[in-house]
Design a protein around this ligand. Structure first.
Ligand SMILES: CC(C)(COP(=O)(O)OP(=O)(O)OC[C@H]1O[C@@H](n2cnc3c(N)ncnc32)[C@H](O)[C@@H]1OP(=O)(O)O)[C@@H](O)C(=O)NCCC(=O)NCCS
Length: 396
């Protein structure tokens, strides 16, 4: 049993954030549950504590994180394991990634950081600061023994507390924009499809996403594009590998909620939409918020080939618009308040303009700020890096 609430918080003097006695260590399984119990106050949302812990365990077991997950806790080294007071906690997830420089691309690994937490009564004492400082010295080598490069050159996180906090520790903010579109009813969908002469789309189930968006051919195309980009413009480029495990993880989350909260409904099987002639595909998931207004159908990723002619470009834009319409309909069917997709490309901007020229790109300042800590300069790869495929699928 963890004595987290019975030591420091019970009157004993808390250590300073810069105390030499503080260490960042992987939590034991019990300590991990204790860390989840503590952070539940911030993140359990609609779930009761028990269901929240169940959700975390369920996500933890997904293939994306098998043997790749670490729950870290900041503790006083003088306290005995299992009885340590958790001063701060966070999680890291090792992920497959791509790194391109000088026209060459490497399959590499990186870490995502998430669930950075300090309980309210311990805040403002420099614990989160100490935790992230410690983490930044450990993370690059962590679980990298089997990799060709024995260290990772970067790590990512998505800040919900703006752009400054993580930047102090090296996680710099990258482009964090999105389009938000409203749901549309069956009638509007039918009418719009006729009026706008958009092409027909098909709904995609999980196996379709695997074949159309996650095959080795598609992943190789992304590697080639990254390599080509690093030949034509200076500086390294990185991307989180958009492998199928990412989508499975996002869907495990939506299915968990669908099962627990909407048990009277069927599980959501439509995982995206596509238009085969132009070769445009997207994968999505439903995010159930604390209030109905927060329910969001996120487009996790887009796949399409760059057009080589104006005709092709027009066909792709129309196909994107049709796929977006299909996403808006899906949002309506699942009582989602909005459809959102991140960091739109110029072609996607055109597709949105086709549907509604008044919709504008939103530049986020506070939530889901895509942040990346780059240490490639120490390896001769330069000070700056570009983040490709910076889409929602990479969120953790
Ligand atoms: C964010 C959080 C982890 C910070 O914990 P903390 O222990 O209070 O932070 P620290 O005391 O180590 O603060 C270190 C520095 O960051 C600053 N800081 C703290 N919280 C900040 C915030 N939300 N935004 C910007 N700066 C912040 C502090 O002022 C301090 O600056 P200083 O060194 O110049 O004095 C804590 O507030 C928390 O758990 N919040 C709820 C969960 C959450 O939102 N987590 C982040 C998810 S992305």
């Amino acid at each position: 049993m963890i004595a987290a609430d019975t030591s420091y918080s019970n009157g004993a003097v808390l250590p300073q954030g810069d105390s030499p006695e503080l260490v960042l260590v992987p939590a034991t399984p019990n300590e991990r549950i204790e860390a989840i119990r503590l952070n539940s106050k911030a993140w359990r949302g609609l779930l009761d504590l028990e269901t929240y812990i169940e959700r975390e365990n369920h996500l933890h077991q997904q293939r994306l994180f098998q043997d790749c997950f670490t729950c870290w806790i900041l503790v006083d080294r003088r306290e005995p394991e299992e009885y340590r007071t958790i001063l701060g906690s966070c999680e890291t997830y090792k992920k497959k990634a791509m790194l391109a420089h000088g026209g060459q691309v490497e399959d590499v690994s990186t870490h995502g950081v998430g669930s950075v937490y300090c309980r309210p009564e311990f805040r403002g004492k420099g614990y989160a600061k100490r935790m992230l400082e410690e983490l930044s010295t450990k993370i690059n080598d962590w679980k990298m023994e089997t990799e060709t490069r024995k260290c990772s050159l970067f790590s990512i996180l998505f800040s919900d507390i703006g752009k400054e906090f993580y930047a102090q520790f090296g996680w710099k903010p990258f482009t964090s924009s999105h389009f938000a579109l409203p749901p549309i009813s069956e009638d509007t969908y039918a009418a719009a499809a006729i009026k706008a002469t958009l092409p027909k789309t098909r709904a995609l189930v999980a196996s379709d996403i695997q074949t159309t968006m996650c095959s080795e051919t598609v992943l190789q195309k992304e590697r080639d594009l990254l390599a080509a980009a690093s030949e034509t413009s200076p500086g390294p480029k990185v991307a989180i590998a958009p492998n199928f495990e990412h989508f499975e993880w996002h869907w495990a989350r939506e299915e968990f909620y669908a099962e627990k909260i909407f048990s009277d409904r069927e599980l959501p099987v439509t995982k995206g939409a596509g238009e085969d002639i132009a070769g445009v595909y997207c994968a999505w998931n439903r995010n159930f918020g604390e209030t109905p207004e927060e329910n969001t159908l996120y487009i996790l990723r887009w796949v399409y080939d760059e057009p080589t002619s104006p005709e092709q470009s027009e066909a792709i834009v129309k196909a994107m618009a049709a796929v977006l319409r299909r996403a808006q309909l899906e949002a309506h069917r699942w009582d989602m308040a909005t459809v959102e997709f991140w960091n739109p490309t110029p072609l996607l901007e055109k597709a949105v303009a086709l549907l509604d020229p008044t919709v504008e790109v939103v530049h986020r300042e506070k939530s889901s700020i895509a942040s990346l800590r780059w240490t490639g300069a120490e390896h001769g790869l330069g000070e700056d890096v570009e983040w490709y495929l910076n889409e929602k699928y990479a969120w953790c």
